[in-house]
Design a protein around this ligand. Sequence first.
Ligand SMILES: O=C(O)CC1=CCC(=O)O1
Length: 92
Amino acid sequence: MLFLARMDVTFPESMTEETKADFQVKEKEYSGNLQREGRMRDIWRVVGEYANYSVYDVADNDELHAILSGFPMYPYMDIKVTPLAKHPNSIK
Ligand SMILES: O=C(O)CC1=CCC(=O)O1
């Protein structure tokens, strides 16, 4: 099953730059593993925002929830998920 997720990240004002950088390192590692496994197909930055769109190829809703809630930045994310179906006009 394919899902599109939009993630908006908001860190608290009080968070230090060092802590933010630490989250970014951990997020990159977690995200890289998902991409190498093929469970995250794509990730794109939303221009001008601390947000991304990413596409997941997973067995079911439970697997997606486990992935999303495992992101180190999860407590600071607002996530909107859209299930995807094949478009009849797609040539892929
Ligand atoms: O958009 C970001 O920088 C936060 C994030 C979520 C998944 C990822 O790889 O980065």
